[in-house]
Write a protein that binds this ligand. Structure first.
Ligand SMILES: Cc1cc2nc3c(=O)[nH]c(=O)nc-3n(C[C@H](O)[C@H](O)[C@H](O)COP(=O)(O)OP(=O)(O)OC[C@H]3O[C@@H](n4cnc5c(N)ncnc54)[C@H](O)[C@@H]3O)c2cc1C
Length: 416
């Protein structure tokens, strides 16, 4: 005999927890089960790579305390993995062999790290700091090795925000950090040429050893050191190796359960999967236009809609469509603040009528991208105080004149 929960939420990140919150906001009073395979209270994942130096406690970034779940009638099961959704029998099978019956499901299982050594097809000890426990293990190893060895080299494979945040933390921990990026360009999706140059300059000023356009061909480890050989026949040695090369949607559970998947779990505009009782949100979901969001804010917003629509489905009410917001990313590293929203270079350049306008002084840099005279994206460095206005300007697709006047922007150089 299995326990029964009208709403089962699998995965407790931004999407899962906000789905539970919105179901309760919707007046749904039946029991909710929140399942996570992690070992602690659901937490704000974005924090774990930004505060390693501060040695945060186990539940430092908890989204809610234990009491919140209990008082909202939400059963939180930690260290429990959903291994199969049996849609014929309407049960979720758990890794411990037990089963729970459901009437609706929100799938919020996030993504899984891409292994940058996969091509090298060899296993060496690599840290994947994508959850709190993994970050703790990484920090522990670095501290233990710096305590017993004079100078250690930490290699970070990746070229995006996570890799940069880790480098910043490692530098503050006093270790020699080396960035190994496959791409010649860091934060390639978010920064234009000038912002990218500012970032490179800042890394150089902070003593970061940087290798761009490198590809690992062979990896081996001996006596606690990892040797990497690269395609250009060079080689390098590291004491600790960290993978920060991005994530791919976690689709195995959905796939094995017979739900339709492609790169992600396929959803319609109401975030409903190929089984009408199962909704998906956040990093695991692939939307009708093919987009996969990979950002906290989007997972949170999608979780709210998925939770609400799961309740509406149970009540036989019409679902609410999910409304997209422009892609937006912030990154604060080595004392500088990088912000990117919408469609900055190079994507916007493919639109007819694309223009770039640069507003800059010695302390800050703003590049505004317009398509058909409306703002389509912004790249900003070190103008944090006006970040909210920049977000609104792109979301509302202001004209360039309004943007310039309302923000009283300093100078205006046509870009490129
Ligand atoms: C280190 C790091 C830093 C980041 N920083 C930023 C940032 O600054 N800004 C930003 O916008 N985004 C950032 N992101 C991305 C952001 O955290 C994600 O987009 C967001 O967490 C996605 O939420 P989610 O609910 O879809 O999935 P997740 O937060 O990944 O949660 C999914 C959960 O489901 C669990 N799970 C998976 N499979 C199962 C199963 N079968 N059974 C039970 N549980 C399961 C996972 O263990 C996990 O706890 C960062 C990500 C990482 C890893």
């Amino acid at each position: 005999m299995s326990d029964e929960y009208p709403l089962v939420i699998i995965g407790c990140g931004a999407g899962g927890v906000s789905a539970a919150e919105s179901a309760r906001d919707e007046g749904f009073s039946d029991p909710i089960l929140l399942l996570t395979d992690e070992d602690r209270l659901p937490y704000k994942r974005t924090k774990i790579s930004k505060s390693i130096v501060e040695r945060p406690g186990r539940n430092a970034f908890a989204l809610h305390d234990e009491e919140w779940y209990a008082s909202n009638g939400i059963t939180l099961m930690t260290e429990r993995q959903a291994s199969r959704i049996d849609t014929d029998r309407s049960v979720v099978r758990l890794s411990d062999g037990s089963e729970v019956a459901f009437r609706s499901i929100v799938l919020a299982v996030g993504g899984e790290p891409i292994d940058p050594l996969d091509d090298a097809n060899l296993s060496v000890p690599v840290h994947f700091p994508y959850d709190f426990a993994s970050v703790e293990r990484l920090a522990e190893e670095i501290r233990a090795r710096t305590a017993s060895e004079s100078a250690i080299r930490v290699g970070v494979l990746g070229g995006g925000v996570l890799a940069l945040e880790l480098l910043d933390q490692f530098r503050r921990m006093g270790v020699h950090a080396v960035l190994l990026s496959r791409s010649g360009r860091l934060m390639a999706r978010e920064l234009d040429d000038h912002a990218h140059d500012l970032l490179l300059r800042s890394l150089e000023q902070n003593g970061i050893e940087l290798h761009r356009g490198v590809r690992v061909s062979y990896a081996s480890s001996r006596h606690g050191r990892i040797r990497l050989s690269f395609h250009d026949s060079s080689r390098d040695y590291f004491d600790v190796l960290v993978a920060a090369g991005g994530i791919a949607p976690r689709i195995s559970l959905a796939q094995e359960s017979g739900l339709h998947v492609d790169t992600g779990v396929l959803v319609n505009s109401a975030l409903q999967t190929s089984d009408e009782r199962v909704f998906a949100c956040g990093d695991c979901a692939e939307h009708p236009d093919g987009r996969i969001t990979h950002l906290w804010r989007d997972a949170l917003r999608q979780g709210r809609v998925a939770g609400r629509n799961a309740v509406r489905m149970l009540r036989r009410e019409d679902p609410e469509p999910y409304r997209y917001v422009p892609f937006r990313l912030k990154c604060e590293v080595f004392g500088h603040y990088y912000y990117s929203i919408g469609e900055p270079e190079p994507k916007s350049m493919f639109h007819a009528g694309f223009e770039k306008h640069v507003f800059a002084d010695s302390a800050r840099y703003v590049a505004a991208f317009t398509v058909a005279e409306e703002l389509s994206g912004i790249v900003m460095v070190d103008d944090r105080d006006r970040e909210a206005e920049y977000t609104t300007a792109v979301a509302e697709r202001w004209t360039l004149d309004r943007f310039r006047e309302q923000l009283e922007l300093y100078s205006d150089r046509r870009g490129r």
